[in-house]
Design a protein around this ligand. Sequence first.
Ligand code: NAD
Length: 440
Amino acid sequence: MAAGAALLTTSGPSILIGQNEVRQYFLDREQKISANDHIQIAVIGAGGMGTEDANTALQIPGVKLIAACDLYDGRLELARQRWGKDIFTTRDYREILARPDIDAVIIGTPDHWHKQISVDALNAGKSAYCEKPMVHDVTEGAAVIQAQQKSGKTYQVGSQGLSSLGNEKAKELYESGAIGQLIYAEGFWARNSPVGAWQYAIPPDASKETVDWDRYISNTTKRDFDPLRFFRWRNYRDYGTGVSGDLFVHLFSSLHFVISSIGPNKIMATGGLRYWKDGREVPDVLLGMFDYPETKAHPAFNLSLRVNFVDGTSGSTYLRMVGSEGAMDVTWDDVYLRKNLTSDPMDAFLEEKANEMDKALSERKRMLPPAEAHYTVEKGYKGAHYDHFTNFFNGVRNGKKVVEDASFGFRAAAPALLCNDSFFEEKTVRWDPVNMKRVG
Ligand SMILES: NC(=O)c1ccc[n+]([C@@H]2O[C@H](COP(=O)([O-])OP(=O)(O)OC[C@H]3O[C@@H](n4cnc5c(N)ncnc54)[C@H](O)[C@@H]3O)[C@@H](O)[C@H]2O)c1
């Protein structure tokens, strides 16, 4: 069977042009995937993202969905409508894992089920694509890493951005020295709508009959049935991981991929519940600051992240890496590279002195290298999510190592989860990114 080959190509000239002019490059990738091998999958947690994951997985040649598991009957009914009335459906994920005809599972449940289902799936000999964050608490990471190592199966976490053309280009540029020495990075995720702030609709038929509430809470605090806690689980700490577990984790994943980092060793967070006072237990504004120690891959630098669910300028996201020679704004589809060209801003004094000494010479205009380049995806690009599933199935089919495996996924999840610890404990948290342990 042919291995899935992925080669990043850039169309357009490879040099940049004059100052203040932006040159656009189109990013594309040659992909060859064999459709010979038939892979049978199931989705566990067939809600919003589980469904998107399954639909994307089904775009990859040779993939067939044969089963779905969910705790709400309405979602199982929708699964049958979407993927065929003959698919196997159940409320108990162990029935999925017991089936020998399933090669791989997608885990799209709320965060508090990720660890257990991941471990059980790997122990059952299934490959697994688990949504981010990989775990609900930092104490859970080691079990997933061990299960992956023991099983030898493909396990990939669902921060799809790092498989994108945009992130790959940023990595290539960073490694070629395009921004010089990394000094600082920053990112944010901003939203300004009820749905963006997790106020999802509650189905009118939600009840103890249609929802398997006891199973849902079987690994956490016992409580009476509460549809808000089931359908708006992100708002509650027993099930969700706050804005950092939901969104910082994507920024960590992309950053760590681009600069080959294993993560920070110092984490500080503050924030507050400023607006969505609907009974939620987590802040809607969160600011995180992170110290990254020097490693072989990068120098010591600082990172600052922000999520704001009350952003009157409307929602958007960005990730910037700032170096001694320029900066890159990185998304899944674009990279904007900006270089400082005219003079060394730190040396304004020296420049003035030089001007005084040789006015005639300094008045002569110079040739300048390019100030900015914009790399963007070619029309028709299928996107990060498709690429991420391509990478996953290349792992399942031919054992090709995936980037976002259990260790990578945990190293992206941990600093996000530790933001919550820092916020709620009101203290600076220390993390050992090598041994993946909280140390203070
Ligand atoms: N990668 C991304 O861009 C992205 C985007 C959105 C969500 N997510 C992640 O996907 C996961 C699901 O989020 P969502 O927005 O789809 O939530 P959702 O509430 O829409 O779906 C979760 C589904 O899981 C089911 N479920 C709960 N416990 C279960 C269990 N033990 N067994 C089987 N099914 C169970 C629920 O009934 C529900 O249908 C989360 O971890 C979230 O962080 C990732």
